[in-house]
Design a protein around this ligand. Structure first.
Ligand code: ZN
Ligand code: FE
Length: 256
């Protein structure tokens, strides 16, 4: 049975996720922006946390940890070994390629540094889901604060190579603002234009636009489309190295 994924809205625009294995009852939490909504989502379902998986050190992804842990003291805390010096105490320190488990299901750690150094994603191939936080986001990607632009391109390229049916569970509801920018980069993309219509309707109705699917992102997310000839032409970068095209798109988004 695939993992059951629950999206938990937190703070003003963050998402935490629960991944529940129905066979064993194991439940993992990905990121802890704040405790209240997460504890409520667990209590409502009668779930006990087995694991807490941290993606990166920013306060809006770890701030609720102590309170969640107090209510679920049995949960193990997992995070990047390279970030251990600035994360809360980790029971399991992870690096790229390491295995993680939710009940019977095995996930793999992907290093997606760029937004921060030591940002990791968690990929569960059997359930076709990846938890990307502030690396790949719906119609966007995280701002590059600590890493380099080539490093972020490399990180996004690893995620782009996952199976297209993969569900992309990212960390923020930024999609509408990302859409306003995306249309300036890729105005001739009819898939993007119809996707923006869906997003606008979803937000007007108060619905989340996260998670998305990788197929959707590959078709519409300008940060994954740096190889696209039309985007390259729009930027005056015909035939340029996709990493350079990505860097230009990221710079334009920062200034947008
Ligand atoms: Zn962040
Ligand atoms: Fe964040």
């Amino acid at each position: 049975m695939p993992l059951q994924i629950v999206t938990v809205p937190c703070l003003s625009d963050n998402y935490a996720f629960l991944a529940h294995d129905g066979d064993t009852g194991a439940t993992a939490l990905v990121d802890i922006p704040e405790a209240g909504p997460i504890l409520a989502a667990l209590d409502m379902r009668g779930w006990r946390l087995s694991d807490i998986m941290i993606t990166h050190h920013h306060w809006d992804h770890v701030g609720g940890l102590d309170e969640v842990r107090a209510a679920h003291p049995q949960a193990r805390v997992l995070g990047a070994a390279s970030d251990a010096h600035r994360l809360p105490h980790l029971d399991v320190k992870l690096a790229e390629g390491d295995a993680v488990h939710v009940g019977g299901e095995t996930g793999r750690v992907i290093d997606v540094s760029g937004h921060t150094l030591g940002h990791i994603a968690y990929h569960f191939p059997d359930s076709a889901v990846v938890f990307t936080a502030d690396s790949l986001m719906a119609l966007g990607c995280g701002r590059v604060f600590e890493g380099t632009l080539p490093q972020m391109w490399d990180s996004l390229s690893k995620l782009a190579a996952l199976p297209p049916e993969t569900l992309v569970c990212s960390g923020h509801e930024y999609t509408e603002a990302n859409a306003r920018f995306a249309r300036t980069i890729d105005p001739g993309n009819s898939a993007l234009m119809s996707h923006i219509k869906t997003i606008t309707e979803a937000r007007a109705a108060g619905r989340a636009t996260v998670p998305s699917t990788l197929a959707q992102e590959l078709a519409t997310n300008p940060f994954l489309r740096a190889k696209d000839p039309e985007i390259q032409r729009n930027l005056g970068m015909d035939g340029a190295d996709p990493a350079a095209v990505f860097a230009e798109i990221r710079k334009r988004k920062d200034a947008f």
